[in-house]
Design a protein around this ligand. Structure first.
Ligand code: MD6
Ligand code: FE
Length: 215
């Protein structure tokens, strides 16, 4: 007998969550320690901060960026900025390990030749959340977004093209990657308030990396 199919994809392989969006369970488990070290290095140069929405609300997730441009919000709007307005410096470069995983994940999901130029890093403490939104500040919607979850699990809310579409609830675990593009690229999504807990790799924290083609 040949090897049973059960063993073909030890981490569960590729799960379609919508036309254009794919969940790769455990895709970065091997690289998680290295990725966390890179997050720490980025944060030494560009520290996590709670940005303010155009409406004046402080976001509950803390954020920083690396790459050519960084996603930014303040009273004047949502946008990408080449400089970290907190330091006046360029954002730290995209680590090789981020580029590598984005290329491999996108290829597995059917988006070949994906070259991100920006990575938003979100840090969630217990209770932090992200309201339903679209990612539409990027110049080019033909490129997918690669999203990496590290640390505590979170419930990802994955809706549809209209804000009122009832979202699916998908629990994202340490090491999971979602690749998101094509017909789903502008779908509404968010993150439910983080449940308290302790993860061996991060303690009481969840990190999320979203690699994008911003410019
Ligand atoms: C998060 N992620 O998981 C927030 N956006 O913490 C996002 O907002 C997101 O995961 C676009 C594509 C994938 C994502
Ligand atoms: Fe998003």
């Amino acid at each position: 007998m040949n090897t049973p199919d059960l063993f073909a994809a030890p981490e569960g392989g590729v799960e379609a969550i919508a036309d254009g969006a794919v969940l790769l369970r455990g895709f970065v488990l091997d690289a998680a320690t290295a990725l966390l070290a890179e997050i720490e290095r980025v944060a030494e140069a560009a520290s996590f901060r709670h940005m303010v929405t155009p409406g004046g609300y402080e976001m509950s997730a803390a954020m920083t960026n690396c790459g050519t441009a960084g996603w930014t919000t303040d009273r004047s709007g949502y946008r990408y900025e080449r400089l970290d307005l907190k330091t006046g410096n360029a954002w730290p470069p995209l680590p090789e390990a981020f580029m590598d995983l984005a290329g491999r994940a996108a290829a597995d999901a059917g988006y070949a030749g994906c070259t991100p130029d920006a990575c938003l890093i979100n840090r969630y403490a217990p209770g932090a959340k992200l309201s339903l939104h679209q990612d539409r500040d990027e110049a080019d919607f033909t490129a997918p977004i690669v999203s990496v979850s590290l640390g505590l699990p979170a419930t990802f809310l994955f809706g549809g093209p209209r804000r009122a579409d009832r979202p699916q609830r998908i629990v994202l675990q340490h090491g999971d990657v979602v690749v998101w593009g094509g017909p789903a690229r502008l779908f509404y999504h968010g993150v439910a308030p983080l449940k308290d807990g302790v993860h061996p790799a991060t303690g009481r924290i969840r990190y999320n990396l979203t690699l994008r083609k911003a410019l």
